[in-house]
Write a protein that binds this ligand. Sequence first.
Ligand code: DGJ
Length: 537
Amino acid sequence: MPSPPAATPRPLPLQVSPPPFPLCDLCRTPQPPPVDATSATPPASSPGARRQPTLPLHGKRRAFLMRINNGRMKMRNKQRKSSALNFDAGCRSSLSFIVWSLVGVALIVCFFSVVRQADTRQNHIYFRHLSATRELEEIEEEHFRLPPPHKVNPRAVKRRGPRKAPKVIDQYLDESSAVHALFFPDERSAVNPTKGGNDSMYFYPGRVWLDTDGHAIQAHGGGILYDHITAKYYWYGENKDGLTYQTHPKSTYRVDIIGVSCYSSKNLWSWTNEGIVLPGEPTNVTHDLHKSKVLERPKVIYNDHTGQYVMWVHIDDANYTKASVGVAVSNSPTGPFTYLYSFRPHGFESRDMTIFKDDDGSAYLFYSSRDNTELHVSPLTKDYLNITVAMRRILIRRHREAPAVFKLQGTYYMITSGCSGWAPNRALAHAAESIMGPWETLGNPCVGGNRFFRLTTFLSQSTFVLPLPGLPGTFIFMADRWNPSNLRDSRYVWLPLFIGGLADEPLDYSFGFPAWSRVSIYWHRKWRLPESWKGYT
Ligand code: DGJ
């Protein structure tokens, strides 16, 4: 049997229940009848209301009008008047509340969409950066097998008694030891930009590094300037291509001043010798740059106002008692630089030093002072030729030197070394919200290699940290592997440095966990800049 056709459901008529109270003429909301204030039950949750029962708005208005009629106003008038106003204001304020809520919602939506856009852009840069530098952030262990110590003549043992085994660091410093040879491989393994091939563009920390003429680069204790005018990098450093000697048996090893060398490059790997841009003084013994004196750690910055390249150096006498800074200028990045003068900043000793140019063009001098027990930081004058009156003492009693300052997203960072002459020691990273301090210590930035490497900054000492344009948070850490008894053969240790993640050591001033990002210098026996990195674009 065919089933009867299903009845089409009819839409139900809308049920409109009559309002419980008559509607107000103004706001069209139901109005309860006036309530006797004394009998109104206060809401349980509002103890204040118990003392002063709240009337529904419209009831209040009526009560107020009645009281006016009764001629009992005066005092209450003020109070009730406000109630009357509340009535109109109630409607208006609910309207304005809705309007403002809408404006608020619109603003929030706008804000989040902008943030999202920025985030997407940031993420894009970040991920591009991440994939480009990921392999440089891999931890590379280094297990070198140290050669056995020298054989000792048994007769000498009998005569002098057994001797303590020399420490690895002492063997490393002894040019005749096999340990030394391990970390100063000879020219056969040199990094050579004139030879193409598979090793092209690879940095090998510690190997001899040749310039485009095939000579070992002489730019120790140096720093790099990127020059927007010539679109090249310039590497300035101490030319130590002379004989190493001591002025007396207990003095530090030294090389006579030859001058400041300059090398240029587009890719940071292949360097062309631009010559000595600030030469030593061969005859005038009273001159700061007389060959018998000390010229160390040259750094150059460009002054946008004067159009001059300004060089700051550590100037000293052979015994390191002059402890001053020297200033030189040039109109060209390749010199010649004119030496101006030397002085003690604010009258204080100044030994290892660096200068830092901030994003806004202001520049600062950092120097180790008071017997290297602390660092000082002082802003330079607008022309960069002097210091201003301001000065702050930082890292007090920390005994740090070899400062290298850099910046990321408004935070300043610095790597320093301990003070042990030409011998390597443990690096420390520091950070500050303001360049004038306070500076906090984040810990040892060295990652990978092995314990010995990490405790000796990979057998080197900081000199400069170069930001890599286009790769935010990526830097090149530049350091010197000094060869004390043959300083001209000192090597360069360049390694990738990253800022990211939380610092893992307690801070100087804050209790609890570090709030700063970690600074990490990753050991790599061999590494290159990301292929996608096209220099300064
Ligand atoms: C350590 C400094 O960092 C170097 O620049 C140099 O001054 C040596 N001391 C000299 O011993």
